[in-house]
Design a protein around this ligand. Structure first.
Ligand code: HEM
Length: 306
């Protein structure tokens, strides 16, 4: 091991909601693979609300529900060709109409999914993103609830199951609708932060090598300064990570930047998570970010030469 787990934090004891931190590659990989360590679960709420959304996506689910929902989302992501997204994102960013990066990200994805009014979808998704990860203030939650109610009927053009009206009201329909909203939210702020962090590192100069240089820049940014440095899990059942006992209810914090930097990672970007929950949109995220950086650079060049 090149790094060691810090184990339980001082002043806490197992079972009392203790927090444990790990930063070594084997420990972080093992923790992410452990089915007893799950994302903080979501309580459900009335259909069409933010709580309903959180409780119906794969992101906060576990076990069979996670596997079933993730398969639906993976099928959606497979429809999104990274090269085409890159071209579309570059074009949208080059338009330089003052639109926020996260709205360009979601609008590009919404258009690729064939959704009507992608700009309005992007605005609504950005609103929900403020409440999606939980702990939102009442007014943020109320705005998010309204945005979820607006988004839900628009996610499956044609109703998604005209041939089977019963199914339209069933679990599968709900999970497909929630899965699409969840996919757009997962992409929203994370991809915009990747663009910001890459810009901070300094964009390469325009020229024939720009596309390849941008590929290297976004990948390196995901390695050293990703949108998310720490991932968290809660122990649904008692377990252990690298010999460190974790009691039911304990919190586990995973330093994915530290783990990615370890030689054993051998280029694996744990900053995109790891199986069974690894980000299914990695290629799309890198392509969108590179496209937006290229578009913004073209817009800046245009302004400079005016
Ligand atoms: C730079 C941008 C992105 C970063 C850093 C990122 C990172 C992550 C991470 C770390 C997870 C795992 C969360 C966990 O295990 O607790 C995740 C899950 C997910 N990501 Fe991404 N993501 C990005 C962009 C995207 C994009 C563009 C899409 C869709 C096209 C996407 C779709 C998803 C989905 C659907 C999940 C949930 C997977 C599951 O429930 O198993 N992400 N992402």
């Amino acid at each position: 091991m090149t790094t060691t787990p810090t184990g339980s934090m001082p002043g806490t004891s197992p079972g009392s909601g203790a927090a444990h931190e790990f930063s070594g590659y084997p420990e972080v990989r093992a923790a992410l693979a452990d089915p007893r360590l799950v994302p903080p679960p979501a309580e459900t709420g009335p259909p069409g609300t933010t709580d309903w959304l959180r409780a119906t996506v794969s992101r906060f689910a576990s076990g069979a529900a996670h596997a079933r929902r993730r398969a639906l989302t993976e099928a959606e992501v497979a429809l999104l060709d990274p090269a085409a997204l890159r071209v579309a994102a570059e074009r949208a960013a080059a338009a330089d109409d003052g639109r926020e990066t996260r709205l360009v990200v979601v609008g590009t994805l919404a258009e690729a999914l064939g959704l009507a009014d992608p700009e309005a979808v992007a605005d609504a998704v950005a609103t929900v993103a403020g409440a999606y990860f939980g702990g939102a203030a009442p007014e943020t939650l109320a705005a998010s609830d309204a945005a979820v109610a607006w988004l839900a009927p628009r996610m499956l053009p044609g109703g998604g199951s005209e041939e089977d009206p019963e199914q339209a009201r069933g679990q599968r329909w709900e999970e497909r609708v929630a899965g699409r909203i969840g996919l757009l939210i997962q992409a929203c702020d994370a991809t915009a932060a990747l663009v910001d962090h890459a810009r901070q590192a300094g964009c390469p100069a325009a020229g024939p090598d720009l596309p390849a240089a941008l590929d290297r820049l976004v990948t390196e940014t995901m390695r050293v300064n990703p949108p998310l440095r720490t991932m968290r899990r809660v122990a649904a059942r008692a377990t252990e990570v690298a010999g460190c006992p974790i009691a039911e209810g304990d919190l586990v914090l995973l330093d994915v930047v530290g783990a990615t930097a370890a030689p054993e990672a051998a280029g694996e970007l744990l900053t995109f998570g790891a199986p069974p929950r690894a980000c299914p949109g990695q290629a799309q995220a890198l392509a969108l970010a590179a496209g937006i950086l290229a578009g913004r650079a073209a817009a800046a060049d245009g302004q400079a030469s005016e």
